[in-house]
Design a protein around this ligand. Structure first.
Ligand code: AMP
Length: 283
């Protein structure tokens, strides 16, 4: 990234209407007028705009969730200098099936200090799905504190420098996980985790073909969990677990509006069991 004082936020969102032909404003099902097909965003220099927009359109038109009938691209100059952060370490947990992964999810969340009540609520939210953004729950009492329950909080204005992207791609390639999905999840999770009040993030993709979810936290890093949901299940979601007395306005402003860029990559990448994860965090 040549000039971080002169960056642009580029965002893409592709969707498909659920209204039947000729139908005016009565949604087909679930009270939703459209389904989300794909989305992407990043922070770029002016000379990258053309190529990035071209790539985003290509992605919008070739997603496994279907063909969109609306693609919205926003290209916006940042009015603030981005904060530079380091990416989280990457860990893949060894799990053989859904049952094992379900236990692992609960145990990791418990180990980051989240109460049983809050975990239960978080798991219900991702199971239900149908949100555009993330729900925010307090760690102990499990209070839901985001303003708009239907939409949730959308993490935005985030990116990675060209040099860091190269380093990250090289690292992920060695472990055969160098995909758009993994890279973008690491960028998002690293931004979310960098807020002082965020304790952990749980993510289950709503892509029916993608069954690896993650829990990200300052304590363990970005921890990928295979078999987090059933294959061909198209619901997913995100939950951010935050300290009990967090200021929701401060968290939302940071996640949605403050530009953050990854400028340094953690070189740690591992494939380990849950017990190994716990023992390494004790050391
Ligand atoms: P995905 O990993 O893109 O399949 O998204 C899984 C879920 O995460 C979605 O259903 C949304 O609820 C949520 N989500 C997607 N993108 C964002 C974002 N930028 N900020 C917050 N939540 C998001």
């Amino acid at each position: 990234m040549k000039n971080i004082n002169n960056l642009w936020s580029i965002r893409m969102r592709a969707s498909k209407s659920l209204l039947k032909k000729g139908e005016k404003d009565v949604p087909a099902k679930n009270n939703h007028k459209e389904i989300h097909i794909s989305g992407a965003e990043g922070l770029y220099n002016k000379n990258q705009i053309n190529i990035i927009v071209k790539n985003y359109i290509k992605r919008a038109l070739s997603h496994s969730k279907g063909f969109p009938d609306k693609i919205i691209i926003t290209i916006e100059k940042l009015n603030k200098k981005p904060i530079i952060i380091k990416s989280l370490p990457v860990i893949t947990i060894i799990s053989r099936n859904l049952i094992e992964s379900k236990k692992i999810v609960k145990r990791i969340l418990t180990s980051t200090g989240i109460s049983e009540k809050s975990i239960k609520k978080g798991l219900e939210i991702v199971k239900k799905g149908n949100m555009r953004g993330a729900a925010i729950l307090t760690v102990t009492s499990g209070r839901r504190i985001e303003q708009d329950y239907k939409r949730g909080v959308r993490v935005s204005r985030l990116g990675i420098s060209k040099e860091s992207l190269k380093t990250l791609s090289k690292l992920l390639k060695k472990h055969d996980i160098n995909t758009d999905t993994v890279r973008e999840a690491i960028i998002l999770a690293s931004k979310v985790s960098s807020h002082k009040d965020v304790i952990a993030e749980l993510c289950v993709s709503d892509d029916p073909d993608y069954t690896t979810g993650y829990i990200a936290s300052k304590k363990f890093g970005y921890v990928r969990i295979p078999f987090i949901k059933r294959y061909k299940c198209s619901t997913g979601g995100r939950v951010f677990f935050v300290s009990e007395n967090s200021d929701i306005k401060d968290i939302s402003d940071y996640l949605e509006k403050t530009p953050v860029i990854i400028g340094n990559i953690s070189k740690s990448i591992k494939r380990i069991t849950f017990d190994e994860l716990l023992s390494q965090s004790d050391n």
